[in-house]
Design a protein around this ligand. Structure first.
Ligand code: HEC
Length: 200
């Protein structure tokens, strides 16, 4: 399957360099995407939208819905604990809790709680990628709830906090200011900015 996709891609790229890609992609959906081998099909509008869904750090794109810590505890137990441990301590899946204050130590422990700069990224990542073996299975309410549970385990939000499209972007992550822009002149033409507050 993988190899066949690779071949299809190679064919598409060859077509692109030959200048004939527009003709083949412009054709109506339902026509094979790789005309020579007759495989693949044009993606539907829904499929393209799903692939492109991404929540911005400021929360743009977050859907309606909400969830709290205790609801999230149940979601986590049902869908996450078997890989991440009951309290997010990690098993075959990554450790999700702890490590705050360790980033400058000789043995930094990078978790959602210690390392990730935006709570909105947690929502987006879980929504798209978790559970690992069934990505996309959770409803928005469940993603809000399980995000609340993970943030609560990390001591970042209180027990009664409800997360939704308004409250989630306001959550202050401990390492929010721990990242520095890439100052190399050939990277996006960015100029070095003043150093942010050091990591705690
Ligand atoms: C079948 C096992 C499995 C299940 C179930 C699962 N995960 Fe994961 N999770 C993983 C693995 C493996 C990784 C590492 C993936 C990678 O690095 O590409 C991961 C990574 C993560 C990360 C990123 C951690 C980091 O710091 O990089 C988060 C957050 C996460 N999972 C949350 C969840 C949540 C929430 C659920 C339940 C809704 C869940 N996972 C269910 C296996 C699982």
């Amino acid at each position: 399957m993988w190899a066949r996709n690779g071949v299809g891609l190679a064919v598409l790229m060859a077509l692109a360099s030959a200048g004939s890609i527009n003709a083949s992609l412009g054709s109506a959906s339902g026509v094979a995407q790789s005309p020579r081998f007759g495989v693949g099909r044009a993606p539907t509008a829904d499929e393209i939208r799903d692939l492109g869904s991404a929540i911005a750090p400021d929360g743009t794109g977050l859907p309606a819905g909400s969830g709290n810590v205790s609801q999230g505890r149940a979601v986590f137990a049902a869908h996450c604990a078997r890989c991440h441990g009951r309290q997010g301590e990690g098993e075959i899946g990554a450790r999700l809790v702890g490590g705050q204050g360790s980033l400058r130590s000789p043995r930094p422990l990078k978790t959602v709680g210690s390392f990730w700069p935006y709570a909105t990224t947690l929502w987006d990542y879980v929504n798209r990628a978790m559970p690992f073996d069934k990505p996309g299975a959770l409803q928005p309410d469940e993603v809000y709830a399980v995000s609340a549970f993970i943030l609560n385990l990390n001591g970042i939000i209180g027990d009664d906090q409800v997360l939704n499209a308004v409250t989630l972007p306001k959550v202050q992550m401990p390492n929010r200011d721990g990242f520095v822009p890439d100052a190399r002149p050939d990277v996006n033409g960015l100029k070095p900015r003043p150093q942010p507050t050091p990591v705690r």
